[in-house]
Write a protein that binds this ligand. Structure first.
Ligand code: TXA
Ligand code: MG
Length: 338
């Protein structure tokens, strides 16, 4: 299959209308969003959804997020909309925020992987919204091969999926860089299943009793039921074995300088103190920058030809929690505390 390149930087309207045409005909198309690029299919088209799972090599028990462009679309995909959903929508939509609601008729069963709930998000990216307005609700997981770091540029989408999908919309870099926050409103109190662009602190302003799923920071135990199936897999991983290292800057620098064949993934301010292979993913004090760079850094690790990667863990405050959550999975939960 030849993957069409739809250049939204040069001709946004033509790119949007071709993407929507392909999607309405059952195609699968990678589109930009403010978080990461998504691999979209019509949410009510079971055959197209199956193609998304196949192109990504995604496990069948891991459900997809349905993307809508306006509030009216919500009633097509969710059976019930509790008052908490309105509260969240007013505060966090459009934006990097997903809520779990009872699944409605307009969503193919395969989207929810057998669950009776559906994950719904309204992205803020103007290209994503225009495609959804023209094509209807779209199911879209991140546009990477399952298990690989999520793509924040169209070039990274093509690295994984060229020849496996109908088209990719070429747009700029994603502005948030990590995926949306996933909040379950199907339980009381609401439960944070995946940290993301909307922070736990922001959620607690609305829900002081917010529950945080154990899968956010720790590996699930053998046989444990996971509320958000996507959180149980080794994920976002470079091919190079990776370790997450917790500790102060001087301790991290000393530790990695004592290891021979490795790449250090460090903070900008540490770069000049580290010998050998190294790459920075931003200033430790700038969580938003770390989020924008983290997946790109994980992909760059594999180009450095090192036996292992040692990644300095960010603070778990604010969006740092989302960055930490992705890195601890990329490291298959191998954490070194200095
Ligand atoms: O920012 C994002 O959310 C991006 C962009 C493309 O919108 N999408 C994304 O999709 O990250 P994906 O498939 O990579 O992650 C979806 C997450 C998974 O952890 C999945 O298990 C969870 O959402 N999820 C989906 N439906 C669910 C449901 N009904 N109940 C619980 N978790 C659900
Ligand atoms: Mg993903």
């Amino acid at each position: 299959m030849i993957t069409e390149r739809l250049d939204a930087l040069r001709a946004p309207e033509a790119a949007v209308s071709r993407a929507a045409e392909l999607l309405r005909a059952g195609g699968i198309v990678a589109i930009p969003t403010e978080t990461v690029y998504g691999l979209a299919a019509a949410a009510d088209n079971d055959t197209a959804i199956q193609r998304v799972f196949a192109a990504k090599g995604r496990p069948q028990d891991n459900p997809l997020i349905v993307h809508i462009s306006d509030w009216e679309m919500l009633s097509r995909v969710a059976r019930e909309v509790p008052p908490e959903a309105g509260l969240c929508a007013r505060r966090f939509w459009p934006g990097p925020f997903t809520m779990i609601l009872p699944r409605g008729d307009g969503v193919a069963e395969s989207v929810s992987a057998g669950l009776d709930t559906v994950a719904v998000r309204m992205p803020s990216d103007p290209i994503a919204r225009a495609v959804i307005r023209a094509a209807g609700p779209l199911a879209a997981p991140s546009a990477n091969t399952s298990g690989r770091p999520s793509p924040t540029t169209a070039a990274r989408v093509l690295e994984d999926l060229d020849g496996r999908i109908d088209a990719v919309v070429l747009a700029g870099e994603c502005s948030v860089g990590v995926e949306s926050t996933v909040l379950s409103l199907a339980v009381t109190p609401p439960r944070l299943l995946r940290p993301g662009g909307v922070t736990a602190e922001q959620l607690r302003e609305l829900f002081p009793a917010l529950a945080v799923d154990s899968a956010v920071l720790a590996a699930p135990k053998e046989g444990e039921r996971v509320a958000s199936p996507g959180m149980k897999y080794k994920h976002y991983a470079p091919c190079t074995p990776a370790y997450l290292v917790e500790g102060a800057s001087d301790a991290f620098v000393r530790y990695v300088n004592g290891i021979g064949d490795r790449v250090a993934v460090c903070f900008e301010e540490e770069l000049s103190h580290i010998h050998g292979k190294k790459l920075s993913y931003g200033l430790s004090s700038d969580g938003a920058a770390l989020a924008r760079r983290v997946f790109e850094a994980l992909r760059e690790v594999d180009t450095m030809g090192a036996a292992a990667a040692y990644i300095h863990a960010p603070s778990k405050e604010g969006i740092g929690l989302a960055v930490y959550n992705r890195l601890v999975r990329a490291a298959a939960f191998q954490v070194i505390c200095l």
